[in-house]
Design a protein. Structure first.
Length: 365
């Protein structure tokens, strides 16, 4: 299948400053691509380049098999939903949704049919005669989506469409957008700085930092095999534990030693990979450290640890222990008997470990 969006060697500068550095990414029809990264990393700029709202400095952008690099935004077969929604305040919801079709000369009957279809889909039929000022944030957000949906474009572009909503509504709308994607099987590029939104919505994630793509992968790939320390730290909440460790080769096994203040080093054994350097950063997610007896896996190892802090979080309880000079978080079950200031046996799932080079930050396994 031909990609629905194919970006090659895209560079974008403002004056002498290059903002996007050699971006290469392609998505298949039906993909939900999420661009995620910290503020200022170039997500909106890249989306605007795809939309044609910003000219690019070099490279090419193909949409649905056509070279759109120098095509004007209106002829790119895209529909965009902005963070601000940009609704017309004096028009009713119905007019807001049909306005674009009217401008393009779509006949009245088709306009009405599309309007009622989309209103039904977004459950805003009772709101069609209201003005945007008479709507809640979530309803306005739906109207903005409705306006994009009636276009039936090759590609939808969303720039942080949920960022104006409160936390509860965000989660609700997130589910609705996901359902919508499944119903329509639409191709979507979606910008967010929220890594949870990225994980829950995407079929494919692009993690960006400073205008450079750090990793492209499925949510599971990004979560389980982060390509470098930046991705490891950025994706996941609470974040992956990143613990400095020494590696000693002992026959066919690696002995992984983690320093502890006022105690003997914690020693774990992991035979893979065979060629680790003497110094590594060991990455282990909070859920891969459990209370002893509560974790099954190919290489689970137990060790006595001093618990500095216990943080109940409803369904789980997080405990913190200092290892390798870091506050290491473990995710335990809610009924754990862990107490701050006491020791307990924790189970480390070495089968889930990521190793990183301390200098370059690159993944080693
Ligand atoms: N018109 C412009 N002229 C010069 N620099 C710009 C312009 N627009 C954006 N930038 C710079 O480009 C970089 C990327 O900006 P962009 O808006 O794409 O970031 P973002 O990832 O969308 O961030 P946020 O999450 O805050 O929306 C920033 O350093 C920004 O200051
Ligand atoms: Mg932005």
């Amino acid at each position: 299948m031909a990609p629905i969006l194919d970006i090659r060697n895209l560079r974008k500068s403002y004056g002498a400053t290059e903002i996007l550095h050699d971006i290469n990414v392609a998505i298949e029809p039906g993909d939900f691509l999420v661009l995620v990264g910290p503020s200022g990393c170039g997500k909106s700029t890249l989306l605007n380049c795809i939309a044609g709202l910003e000219p690019i400095t070099s490279g090419t952008i193909d949409i649905a098999g056509r070279d759109m690099t120098d095509v004007s935004p209106r002829d790119r077969d895209i529909a965009m939903v902005f963070q601000s929604y940009a609704l017309y305040p004096t028009m009713t919801v119905a007019k807001n949704i049909t306005f674009g079709m009217k401008v393009r000369g779509v006949d009245q009957a088709t306009q009405e049919q599309k309007l009622s279809e989309v209103a039904e889909l977004l459950q805003i039929t009772p709101l069609l005669q209201r003005k945007p000022g008479q709507l809640s944030g979530g309803q306005r957000q739906r109207v903005a989506m409705g306006r994009a949906l009636v276009r039936d474009p090759a590609l939808f572009l969303f720039d942080e469409p949920l960022s104006n909503l409160d936390a509860k509504l965000r989660v609700e709308m997130r589910t609705e957008i996901k359902k919508l994607h499944q119903t329509l099987n639409a191709s979507i590029v979606y910008v967010t700085h929220d890594q949870i939104e990225a994980m829950t919505l995407a079929t494919k994630i692009v993690v960006m930092k400073g205008g450079v793509i750090q990793q492209i992968g499925t949510p599971a790939e990004i979560y389980n095999q982060p390509a470098n320390l930046f991705v490891a730290d950025f994706m996941g909440s609470p974040a992956m534990n990143l613990i400095p460790a020494k590696v000693r080769r002992d026959g066919s096994a690696n002995r992984i030693e983690i320093a502890r203040a006022g105690a003997a080093p914690l020693v774990l054994e992991d035979s893979r990979p065979a060629d680790l350097p003497a110094d590594v950063i060991l990455g282990l997610r909070p859920e891969d450290i459990a209370e002893a007896g509560f974790r099954a896996g190919s290489n689970v190892q137990e060790a006595q640890c001093h618990i500095d802090m216990v943080e109940p979080a409803g369904a789980d309880t997080y405990v913190v222990s200092e290892l390798g000079g870091k506050q290491v978080t473990a995710r335990l079950h809610a009924e754990t008997s862990a107490r701050a200031g006491q020791s307990m046996t924790l189970a480390f799932d070495l089968g889930k470990v990521s190793y990183f080079a301390p200098e370059s930050g690159q993944r080693l396994n």
